[in-house]
Write a protein that binds this ligand. Structure first.
Ligand SMILES: Nc1ncnc2c1ncn2[C@@H]1O[C@H](COP(=O)(O)OP(=O)(O)OP(=O)(O)O)[C@@H](O)[C@H]1O
Ligand SMILES: [Mg+2]
Length: 480
């Protein structure tokens, strides 16, 4: 008690002395415990020894990416390490829950409970092409140096298991250093992006309905394999590819590069086929495809295309998007799609290619937003000359000993894919007769055609694009 007599004060002094001694003992014990904990965690020591500061003083900067950017991020880190510590070796974390905790909390946990230990890095594979993959670090850390030479640690963690992201973490003594490294890795990631120049498609992931990116083969059909009315393919190509070929000179002349192409026509006439051909011709372009309802990932696709330009954005079957709840009303998604086309910078070398078999559904939206589509091309059912070429094309190398003119007449009004299927059936008929097919005859063709138009197969003709009985139906379906 502070206001008591002298004797009490002396007692107080003795108490204080013993208290001080206890505190000292306590501090020493605590210090030993921290050292012990550190010693218990070679994982944390690996980090703090390199950084040269105790764990509580370590600063972290994080950057989160979509899981489909994992391979590019790995490439960015690899490029960074190549420039700053080519011999650096990744280390990892062991512990049962490591896929469900953040790097930071695992390191803290390593100190507190010893639940996570120094281990080997976890690796996974990520696609870098239609048939290529690369190894990526799923969970790991690596010691390296910042741009100014100060020690830093880079961590990579994919959280694919629960939120389809991957996280880059930079540990450093100074926040500015950590930020600089983060920015440089991010820049290198863009520079080495595995999607650049590739043909990719956005789809929804199974569990979280997040966007996923899959690679598609780049190779398109040859021009001779795309059978359209004379001059039509050339017209499309000169608009799309021609601008690409003269991009620099057009820009220099103050002209814009962005362009929108709409291909419309009934199902099975070759809209997708034509798009594949164009993609094959635009080598070096990044192609981002959105089919049907994946159009909801439009913003991400546009951002990607802009970042990796020159680029093509392919929107297949846009009518699916356009159809709002009331079918006469164009959906907001379609409008935002057209706005996205408008929002692309004038000098962006980005091509938007839309396909639809119900152009009337798009009509209002397109007329209300002029200038978005600068070329609209109808892909019609093949005329007589087209059907003859298609019969020859899909007979491939087989000799034809049949009256093709008669087949051309008999197939009036069908689609290209109908003829393709008819040829397959003709070959099948021939194969049933003999081990190897010498030639296709009238009988083979007639059997195939009869099979495809038989009343019992009521679904097939419509599905495959057989001629329609009522010419009004045809007009309606063609939307022309
Ligand atoms: N004009 C064509 N020339 C050559 N082959 C064609 C042509 N049209 C279609 N085919 C063949 O038929 C297949 C199906 O055609 P495609 O997928 O291009 O039709 P589509 O017009 O896109 O139909 P949908 O509206 O149903 O998407 C093609 O992969 C191709 O093999
Ligand atoms: Mg198609």
């Amino acid at each position: 008690m502070s206001d008591s007599g002298t004797g009490d004060r002396q007692l107080d002094l003795a108490g204080a002395r013993s208290l001080a001694a206890s505190v000292q003992r306590l501090l020493r014990a605590a210090g030993e415990q921290v050292e012990e904990a550190n010693a218990r965690s070679p994982l944390v020591t690996r980090l703090t020894d390199h950084l040269g500061c105790p764990f509580p003083d370590v600063l972290t900067v994080e950057q989160t990416y979509r899981i489909w950017e994992h391979a590019s991020l790995q490439r960015g880190i690899d490029a960074y390490l190549a420039g700053h510590s080519p011999d650096a070796e990744w280390f990892g974390i062991s512990g049962a829950d490591r896929r469900f905790e953040s790097l930071d909390s695992m390191l803290t946990g390593a100190l507190r409970t010893g639940g996570f230990q120094l281990g080997r890095p976890d690796y996974a594979t990520a696609a870098t092409g239609a048939a290529e993959t690369m190894e990526v670090v799923e969970l790991g850390l690596v010691t390296t140096a910042g741009p100014d030479g100060t020690p830093i640690v880079v961590g990579m963690q994919s959280t694919a298991a629960y939120d389809e992201q991957c996280v880059l973490t930079v540990f450093a003594k100074e926040r500015a250093t950590a930020r600089a490294v983060r920015d440089e890795v991010d820049r290198l990631k863009d520079e080495h992006d595995v999607l650049r120049g590739r043909f990719v498609s956005f789809t929804a992931s199974e569990h979280n309905e997040n966007e996923l990116v899959t690679f598609l083969p780049r190779q398109g059909p040859a021009a001779t394999d795309v059978i359209l009315p004379d001059g039509r393919l050339e017209g499309i190509e000169s608009h799309i590819v021609g601008i690409a070929e003269h991009a620099e000179r057009l820009l220099a002349a103050g002209q814009h590069l962005k362009r929108g192409l709409l291909l419309h026509g009934p199902p099975g006439v070759g809209k997708t086929h034509t798009v594949r051909y164009l993609i094959g011709r635009l080598s070096g372009y990044t192609v981002v495809q959105l089919t049907g309802h994946a159009v909801r990932f439009l913003d991400q696709a546009v951002a990607l295309a802009r970042r990796l330009q020159p680029a093509v954005i392919v929107l297949e079957d846009v009518d699916l998007v356009a159809e709002g709840r009331e079918s006469h009303d164009s959906s907001p998604l379609l409008f935002s799609l057209l706005d996205a086309m408008d929002g692309l910078a004038e000098d962006a070398n980005v091509v938007m290619v839309l396909t639809t078999n119900r152009v009337n559904v798009l009509e209002r939206a397109l007329t209300e937003r002029p200038g978005r589509v600068d070329l609209a091309v109808e892909i019609p059912r093949p005329d007589a000359a087209g059907r003859l070429r298609l019969l020859r094309l899909y007979a491939r190398d087989l000799r034809i000993e049949a009256d093709l003119d008669r087949m051309v007449t008999a197939t009036e009004g069908v689609t290209a894919s109908f003829i393709k299927e008819m040829l397959r059936r003709a070959v099948l008929t021939a194969l049933r007769e003999a081990e190897t097919v010498e030639a296709l005859t009238d009988a083979h063709f007639e059997a195939a055609l009869a099979g495809m138009t038989a009343p019992g197969q009521s679904l097939t003709p419509g599905l495959l694009g057989a001629p329609l009985d009522d010419p009004d139906d045809l007009r309606h379906e063609d939307d022309s």
